[in-house]
Design a binder for this molecule. Sequence first.
Ligand SMILES: Nc1ncnc2c1ncn2[C@@H]1O[C@H](COP(=O)(O)OP(=O)(O)OP(=O)(O)O)[C@@H](O)[C@H]1O
Ligand SMILES: O=C(O)C1=C[C@@H](O)[C@@H](O)[C@H](O)C1
Ligand SMILES: [Mg+2]
Length: 168
Amino acid sequence: MSRPVCVLVGSPGSGKTTVGEALAALLGVEFRDTDQDIERLAGKPIPEIFVDEGEAHFRTLERAATAAALASCAGVLALGGGAVLAEENRAALVGHTVVHLSVELPDAVKRVGLGSGRPLLALNPRATLRHLMDQRRPLYAEVATVTVVTDGRTPEEIAAEIVALLKP
Ligand SMILES: Nc1ncnc2c1ncn2[C@@H]1O[C@H](COP(=O)(O)OP(=O)(O)OP(=O)(O)O)[C@@H](O)[C@H]1O
Ligand SMILES: O=C(O)C1=C[C@@H](O)[C@@H](O)[C@H](O)C1
Ligand SMILES: [Mg+2]
């Protein structure tokens, strides 16, 4: 059993993967991302899991991936944007250092763009993102031990702020 140095949560486009990689490099620790774990185990990209098996099945895989990563990651761990929806995942985060990367709609829309790879945002990304963010904001706040604002800032600036926050 090991525990992550910190766990990153936040909306799609908040920068969990990008900031997480930069943060792990600064700290000299491994970077782990449950979305990548799920894709590796399933042998296909997340959009294909949504199409072939549906969102409920993806959420089942996500609960298992979250529990496994919390128990085995000793570095920086990024969770999926929707992981906080599950009470089981929120309960599993108690006692961990959880950093909420906050982002407001304009920056989130710019970052997510019209790119592929985010099945929930395939239709009407702006309205869907607004709805997801309104629904999840209280859940990110519930699990977070610290919130870091990301709007208008580079991933490197954000990672450096987190390093400072993690110092005892
Ligand atoms: N602070 C930032 N400033 C500008 N662009 C950023 C910033 N953070 C991330 N990005 C860009 O936004 C896009 C989304 O970032 P990223 O994939 O890291 O988000 P995420 O939180 O991991 O999303 P998801 O929940 O979908 O996995 C990427 O193209 C990334 O380069
Ligand atoms: O916001 C969400 O619900 C998701 C975010 C991504 O990280 C992936 O976990 C998946 O595309 C679902
Ligand atoms: Mg990501």
